[in-house]
Design a protein around this ligand. Structure first.
Ligand code: BG6
Length: 511
């Protein structure tokens, strides 16, 4: 498939630069700043989407000055040119684009707990400011409170003040509620931009386009025509040295109420009245509120043991650094969700995510009910499946039953595929470009609202409570996950699509 009828294949072209603003980054020396924020700013600069009046002020404990910080970031950017597997990889750093960012970098050595830091910010800042909290979650509440106390979140006409908060937003329902109360005491909801990086992916945003800009889907996108929906975020990586973070977190907290629920919203929400932040986020919040809290009997947790992933021997979770030898933290979760509304009542939504699985695959698979007319009942048919492929493949894959050439009426299933790379020029991006740009422009559509976050935690809270005790099922690294996850779907005669990397193995294909 190629793109035709395209106003522009480059979403950036014809788009106005963001307003002048100072971006204040708490956590200037951290991984997120180096790996994602700087490449995103570089890409925005390259696309002409940053205002000449942009300033970037980094804060951290490290003993650096403006030149030192700029130098260390320049070295990191250069390193991306010879790291083909990094999240951001370009053959060469464009001097004009990076120069635009580099000459705007300023650094302040700061203690986030000290009032002096915020007094100094008060002296340095005026006009529009975005405070980006690229820091550990324990700093979110205190930093926002101190920004408020120092008067730095007060907006006056012509000068906005916004706060970007990274994940994780709380660790359960009570802590998310407490964090919301804390930050909402210092800032208005309209000033808060809670990030879920999945929403920065074009393939995720495109689900709205596919569903609502193509007439053929909406009439069948409901319980009358859809048998089940699978949402998968399978990873081949393990905890990658993040044992300290992962031990108290686990796969459920790390992936489900945030990333997987955002995918759920995109595939299941009602059409919003408009594409503005309030309309879209209200539909998402309504959808999540309709999710029945998950009973422990509708969920499976797993933990990887030693095995082999993509041909490489890997250790078990319990042998990872900073992980307890008897850890019961889950590295895999599968669950069945019920959405209690008119569109979806009775349609199971199956969610699964895990580390050290056989393949990396983030996608939504919508399985349709069999055709009501049994014209072909004596011939093998397979259910129609539409896959919305988010990572690492970007596109869609829809199965079609067709007639095999020849004198007899024999059926085969084929795949109608769309791939972004075939239709649009590919540009290396890290997924934070749109999120940063939208925040600078004041468009909160792709950010999470307090009510939706709390409803998502409420939906999984029964599992968090139940899983404080007991053991996960064990699965061998490099497998498709624990056997109990298959049994979960077998209850309703459903089965997970295989994670096989070729991605075309589901039954009946003639390919
Ligand atoms: C992060 C999780 O939020 O998302 C990680 O903390 C996970 O554990 C990652 O690996 C997955 O994101 P992506 O974009 O690589 O699929």
């Amino acid at each position: 498939m190629t793109a035709s009828c395209k106003p522009t294949a480059d979403s950036a072209s014809g788009t106005a630069p963001a307003p002048a603003c100072t971006l204040v980054i708490f956590g200037a020396g951290g991984d997120l700043t180096k790996r994602l924020l700087m490449p995103a700013l570089y890409n925005l600069a390259g696309a002409g989407l940053l205002n000449e009046g942009t300033g970037i002020l980094g804060l951290d404990r490290l003993d650096l000055d403006d030149a030192g910080w700029a130098q260390s970031l320049t070295e990191t950017m250069e390193s991306f040119t010879h790291a083909a597997t990094a999240e951001f990889h370009v053959p060469k750093i464009d001097e004009t684009a990076w120069g635009f960012v580099r000459e705007r970098l300023h650094y302040l050595k700061a203690d986030f707990g000290s009032p002096d830091t915020f007094a100094e910010l008060g002296r340095r800042l005026s006009g529009n400011v975005v405070f980006y909290l690229a820091v550990a979650a324990r700093f979110f509440g205190p930093v926002v409170t101190k920004l408020g106390e120092a008067g730095l979140l007060k907006e006056v006409p012509g000068a906005f003040r916004r706060v970007v908060i990274e994940k994780p937003f709380g660790a359960d329902l009570p802590s998310a509620q407490a964090l919301n109360s804390e930050i909402l005491a210092a800032a208005d909801e309209s000033q808060l931009y809670r990030i879920d990086h999945f929403l920065g992916k074009d393939t995720v945003q495109s689900i709205e386009a596919i569903r609502f800009a193509n007439r053929q889907f909406e009439p069948v996108w409901n319980r009358d025509h859809i048998a089940c929906v699978e949402i998968t975020a399978a990873e081949t990586v393990g905890v990658e040295g993040r044992g300290g973070f992962y031990e108290p977190t686990g796969a459920l907290r790390d992936m489900v109420p945030n990333h997987l629920f955002q995918l759920l919203c995109m595939v299941a929400m009602e059409p919003p009245a408009a594409l503005d932040a309030e309309a879209v986020r209200s539909e998402k919040a309504r959808l999540i509120q309709a999710v029945r809290p998950v009973a422990p009997g509708d969920a499976v947790r797993g933990q990887y043991t030693a095995g082999s992933v993509l041909g490489e021997a890997v250790r078990g979770y319990r042998e990872e650094p900073n992980v307890a030898a008897d850890s019961c933290t889950e590295t895999y979760v599968a669950l069945e969700l019920a959405i209690e509304n008119g569109r979806w009542s009775g349609v199971p939504f199956y969610l699964r995510t895990g580390k050290h699985l056989s393949a990396r695959r983030t996608e939504i698979a919508v399985t349709f009910k069999p055709s009501p007319l049994s014209l072909f009942k004596d011939r093998a048919t397979c259910p129609s499946i539409m896959r919305l492929m988010i990572d690492p493949e970007h596109g869609t894959d829809t199965t079609l039953a067709v007639k095999v050439p020849g004198p007899e009426m024999r059926l085969a299933q084929v795949h109608a595929q769309f791939r972004y790379r075939d239709a649009f020029p590919q540009k290396p991006n890290v997924g934070y470009e749109t999120l940063l740009y939208d925040c600078l422009r004041g468009d909160a559509t792709l950010f999470q609202r307090a009510d939706a976050i709390e409803s998502a935690w409420a939906a999984v809270q029964p599992l968090l409570d139940a899983w404080q005790a007991g053991e996960p099922e064990f699965y061998v690294s490099g497998s498709e996950g624990p056997a109990a996850a298959d049994a979960l779907l077998a209850r309703k005669n459903h089965a997970w699509l295989p994670l096989d990397p070729s991605g075309t193995k589901e039954g009946g294909s003639d390919e």
